[in-house]
Design a protein. Structure first.
Lengths: 114, 110
């Protein structure tokens, strides 16, 4: 069964550095999402993406964050200047089409900002 | 704004005992409700959704709009049910994100 994949599985970075988290969606999926989960807290929505543009974003998704699908396969989340509070698990999710379809989650990337 | 509440962080039950994981939601519209499960070292995966009205791995959940609840139930817990369970809601209007509860860790004791 096809799965959403994410790289890297763990990223350690210094505060102020840029990081790019990558997601490879399931091939026929059209809707893409990023969520994050700070340790001990709930999974929170960051941004949704469809047809090469942002559909919706949360308050968390400020100017430090950006998403793109540069090559038609990878779906990336960039954090320009990381802060300590960006340390979290970042999950990519993808959905085929239609409101009735399930979101399938990747295994997550653990980001640690020192 | 939408909100999902799972009042229990941890629920421990003995093997063979009934399980009920509580979920309450707050949303003024007509939501779609889900239960996701995360087994140890695995990804979040959909367990069931209210529109399907099906039983997965012996689990069922009924949407109660009057009580704004979507509790997850299983009559006889098994050790392999031990996992994190997340209740989630989406606005039933197309490409909308999931709003998650904090999750309940279910521990089934042999």
């Amino acid at each position: 069964e096809p799965e959403v994949t994410q790289t890297p599985s763990h990223q350690v970075t210094q505060m102020g550095q840029e990081v790019i988290l990558r997601c490879v969606p399931i091939s026929n999926h059209l809707y893409f999402y990023w969520y994050r989960q700070i340790l001990g807290q709930k999974v929170e929505f960051l941004v949704s993406f469809y047809n090469n543009e942002i559909s919706e974003k949360s308050e968390i998704f400020d100017d430090q964050f950006s998403v793109e699908r540069p090559d038609g396969s990878n779906f990336t989340l960039k954090i320009r200047s990381t802060k300590l509070e960006d340390s979290a698990m970042y999950f990519c999710a993808t959905r085929q089409r239609g409101s009735a379809d399930t979101q399938y989650f990747g295994p997550g990337t653990r980001l640690t900002v020192l | 704004a939408q909100r999902v509440t799972q009042p229990e962080k941890l629920l421990s039950v003995f093997k063979g005992a009934p399980v009920e994981l509580k979920c309450n939601y707050s949303y003024s519209g007509s939501p779609e409700l889900f239960w996701y499960v995360q087994y140890s070292r695995q990804r979040l995966q959909l367990l069931l959704r209210h529109i399907s009205r099906e039983s997965i791995k012996g689990f069922t959940a009924d949407l109660n709009k009057g009580e704004t609840s979507f509790h997850l139930k299983k009559p006889f817990a098994q050790e392999e049910d031990s996992a994190m369970y997340y209740c989630a809601l989406s606005r039933n209007s197309g490409n909308t994100p999931l709003v998650f509860g904090k999750g309940t860790r279910l521990s089934v004791i042999a």
